[in-house]
Design a protein around this ligand. Structure first.
Ligand code: ZN
Length: 450
């Protein structure tokens, strides 16, 4: 009894529980969902990062609460791994010696508090190595923050609340691909380095644990609504929940929130799952997937395609949702489909969108972008897979300013309602969409490396 009461209190106090008969896809719920995903607390959902893992847990919990079924045995997650290294700011040491003429100043820094390691080099330490030092007001600093490192150790002074400093604290894993350059990059809290002089030379003594090679476990979040009459055929509805993390600050903001890219698409996947879970049951099984690692080269979707939790030959369509929150002026309530000329997917989807009040428009780069998102991983395996977008490649794309405040929530809500009609159409229609000759020719030339 007590437990039941506690559960009831928990459920009814949750903002995500929807009472019977209430609308699921509303502007308020869109805003709430996208705001959580793109919050500064997620630190830009880098692959891998604690913010990304928190997002995976949260999406899994939403699927569970909506009453969806698991696709992977006993889990809301498909786990895959990528090669990486573990680095630990708590066990490093760094002292910086500055010489100007015959004057020398040395400062020793406290691990994890005053200094963090941003990128590991190939070695575990160095004595009296000449270093590149850049102060917070140095115009080169943002470029150096982005650079992978060099042959010299690099020491960058940043404000203590710089997103990169916050993200670099403690022990963490980074993908191997990020281990560029042979020397480490350190971040030092502003105000601790000896005051710089233009003619200064810098030398460092440093040590860091030898970067340990590990397999970094990563997760795609996967759930389904079992089809009523064709449960063994599937429609895959997807987005990527990762973004690019932290980095170069613009106007003091170093968190790349990825509100449009692709917290907006992930919001759509979550709300579509919640809305469709309330019925009526679709004919085919609808699988909802949020991929990680898209920004690192479509890694999550590649893992999904390599070890599909449902047979790909039985997937009739993949509706991948990318960037639906930032329409160009005058293009509100419009959407566009990547690679629409390759199959009859766009024709079918457009008709469904239109019925829901969403026009399909041409977008100049729609053809090139076909291969630029997770749909491509499934397309390579022969699945009719396209991305639907309802925005633009705005100037905030892959910038810290891709924030929730810039989203058109009303537009997003209308588009998600349109996408619901699209998913239902692919799930219920008798025929499956097909590639045409042009599509088959393209895919024939991009067969995956197995
Ligand atoms: Zn994206």
């Amino acid at each position: 009894m007590k437990h039941a009461l506690l559960l009831a209190i928990f459920l009814f106090s949750s903002p995500f529980l929807v009472a019977q008969g209430e609308q699921v896809i509303t502007a308020a719920r869109v805003k709430e969902t996208v705001s959580w995903l793109a919050s500064d607390e997620r630190l830009g959902r880098d692959t891998p990062s604690p913010g990304l893992e928190a997002a995976a847990d949260w999406i899994g919990a939403r699927f569970a609460k909506a009453g969806l079924e698991q696709v992977v045995k006993d889990s809301w997650f498909q786990v895959y791994s990528l090669p990486g290294v573990e680095i630990d700011s708590t066990t490093i040491s760094l002292s910086v010696r500055m010489t100007v003429g015959d004057k020398t100043t040395t400062c020793t820094l406290k691990a994890d508090e005053d200094v963090c390691i941003l990128r590991a080099g190939e070695a575990a330490g160095g004595q009296d190595q000449e270093a590149t030092v850049a102060y917070a007001d140095d115009p080169r600093i943002e470029r150096l923050l982005l650079a992978g490192g060099s042959r010299r150790p690099t020491v960058l002074e940043v404000p203590a609340d710089h997103a990169s400093f916050v993200a670099a604290k403690g022990k963490r894993c980074v993908l191997k691909a990020r281990l560029l350059g042979s020397a480490p990059v350190f971040l030092v809290k502003q105000g601790l380095l000896p005051a710089g002089v233009e003619t200064a030379q810098y030398f460092v003594n440093w040590s860091a644990p030898q970067p340990a090679a590990i397999d970094i476990p990563l997760r795609n979040v996967v759930a389904c609504i079992r089809g009523a009459s064709k449960p063994d055929e599937y429609v895959v509805v997807s987005s990527h929940y990762d973004h690019i993390g932290t980095g170069r600050a613009v106007d003091g903001d170093g968190i790349y929130n990825g509100a449009d890219d692709d917290a907006s698409g992930t919001t759509a996947v979550i709300l579509l799952a919640e809305a469709m879970a309330r019925g009526p049951t679709p004919a085919r099984t609808v699988v909802f997937v949020c991929f990680s690692g898209e920004e690192k080269g479509l890694r999550g979707s590649a893992a999904f395609a390599k070890a599909p939790p449902v047979p790909l030959a039985k997937v009739v369509a993949n509706v991948n949702i990318e960037m639906i929150g930032r329409p160009e002026p005058g293009k509100e309530h419009s959407a566009w489909i990547t690679g629409h000329e390759y199959s009859d997917f766009a024709e079918i989807a457009s008709a469904a969108l239109q019925k829901a009040g969403i026009q399909t428009i041409d977008f100049a780069m729609a053809k090139q972008l076909f291969g630029a998102s997770d749909n491509m991983s499934l397309a390579r395996e022969g699945v009719v897979a396209h991305s639907i977008s309802a925005g633009s490649l705005h100037k905030d794309y892959h910038q810290p300013s891709d924030d929730v405040s810039k989203l058109d929530i009303e537009h997003m809500t209308a588009v998600i309602l349109g996408l619901k009609a699209v998913v239902r159409e692919f799930a219920d229609r008798p025929d499956r969409p097909r590639y045409n000759e042009q599509g088959l020719e393209l895919l024939g030339s991009t067969k995956p490396r197995k």
